[in-house]
Design a protein around this ligand. Sequence first.
Ligand code: GLU
Length: 281
Amino acid sequence: MMRTRFAPSPNGPLHLGHAYAALVAHDTARARGGSFALRIEDIDGERSRAELVEEFLLDLQWLGLEWDGAPIFQSHRLPGYAAAGERLKAMDVLYPCNCTRAEIAAAATKFGPDGPVYPGTCRNRHVDPTGAAWRLDTGRAMALTGPLEWVDEIAGRRDATPMIFGDVVLLRKDLPASYHLAATLDDAADGVTLVTRGMDLFPASHIHRLLQALLDLPVPTWLHHPLLVEPDGRKLAKRRGSPSLGDCRRAGEDGRAIATALREGRFPAGISLSQGIHQTP
Ligand code: GLU
């Protein structure tokens, strides 16, 4: 069955940009007779705040969005992520790394979608894995899988170029997972056939496609949608003063009317949808 998901991280309140992402996922599923899952990406213990989860559920209900089944919590799935990590280690495509952020910033010569590209310092040296992070040897992994493609419903077919990220961390120092590993495993476990999310995560799909190939996971289609942006072109963010959905809800605003306005492309003053989104790699 066709299935989408909305996968917010409870590290800050939802705002209008999240509402738009949730609507895209929900409405696409409903229009195609599919189902819509809600997944809480709460593995980041330092940044996740449990009290926000209840707010998220109220916000989505207020917008008139119903998800199918119980909400899924990544924090309940750590053993599964760790097991996939062991499998990748056995395939010899992960290596331990104990570089600090500052060391990486000082040694990096390239910039990728997430900032400085890891220069591969630990790839060929002996590192005590105790307390280390584990990175994907992206070049070695691509050599194992061979060329890969993926399809975005808007951007079309793409060759997978995960090398733009360099060797990403798949198992963090503090956690047997990372966003890339957890999201990829979950989309497979949750039967997601169409991954809808904002275009800011478009490049991440290169990595996810590679992980699917390494771990024999089903390959979904993607739909990276434009983002709601401010007049300077930057995406909405609470820290720059966009009101949270919770604030609007508590102020007695009509969530369903807000959802209708977003569906019809009517945005608050100064806010618009980003353009030219698929020029990104
Ligand atoms: N949890 C991510 C976020 O809040 C979304 C991840 C995804 O959709 O793959 O930005």
